[in-house]
Design a protein around this ligand. Structure first.
Ligand code: NI
Length: 245
């Protein structure tokens, strides 16, 4: 169930049987020479909507821009400062809480959002819960699609080498499954990008000139993307249902 495609009466009715909702959270940032700039939003939204459809869970609109300052050396990347991101996420959640939502599951697609999402979750409960009795307290959960055990295992099996940490074949495969007509090809040199750290956007661009970190996205294909989506949907449903009790 997508919130955006419901009427207010349908949300009223949903709230009588569940106070839970999934909020997909993404990012708009470069994903190497073959990855879509919307990769993190596309993947979080697709998996959340699929889970919502299978299990009858309400899914909010995807939050499309994350904390991605380190990608700003590459054209098209967009970023929110952490405090802006936290404030916006908090206000989304407080809006939902005003209608009676009490289990807000932030389903994340971008590693750079995790610290800020956890901070936002803390601020949300601090804002909403005073004055509510224990049973009516709001809870938030933050989870990223690659963190489920079954997804992690599948990534290791599909990509024993060249998974890396940015513009990974797993995330590229998910977008290839979502948009098979937009599969990109480019020369990848070296085939597996270097691994390492960076301190800021300039250093990132200098150390990882094509945007990838440790990855070989040429390993991606839409068939594996479908497997990854199925695994993440299953992981999300189990974890969400445990969370909402
Ligand atoms: Ni990504």
């Amino acid at each position: 169930m997508q919130l955006a495609l419901c009427t207010w009466q349908e949300i009223d009715a949903y709230l009588t049987r569940s106070q839970g909702i999934i909020v997909p959270v993404g990012s708009t940032e470069q994903h190497g020479p073959t990855g879509l700039i919307g990769t993190d939003t596309i993947s979080a939204e697709l998996i959340a909507q699929r889970a919502g459809m299978v299990a009858g869970i309400l899914v909010a609109p995807a939050f499309p821009v994350g904390v991605a300052a380190h990608h700003m050396g590459f054209a098209g990347s967009m970023s929110l400062r952490p405090e802006t991101f936290i404030a916006a996420i908090r206000e989304w959640a407080v809006s939902l809480a005003q209608h009676g939502f009490r289990r807000i599951y932030f389903f994340n697609g971008h590693g750079g959002n995790i610290v800020s999402l956890n901070k936002a979750a803390l601020e949300i409960t601090e804002e909403v819960n005073p004055g509510l009795d224990g049973n009516d307290a709001l809870q938030c959960r933050v989870q990223s699609w690659w963190q489920y055990e079954n997804v992690h295992a599948l990534c290791q099996k599909l990509y024993p080498e060249g998974h890396g940490s940015h513009a990974t074949p797993s995330e590229v495969a998910i977008t290839q499954y979502a948009y098979p007509e937009l599969i990109k090809s480019a020369a990848l040199e070296p085939r597996i990008a270097p691994n390492g750290r960076f301190t800021n956007a300039i250093d990132y661009r200098a150390s990882f000139p094509d945007g990838r970190i440790g990855s070989d996205p040429a390993l991606a294909n839409p068939v594996d993307g479908e497997k990854l989506v199925s695994a993440a949907v299953a992981g999300l449903i189990v974890d969400y249902q445990r969370f909402v009790g």
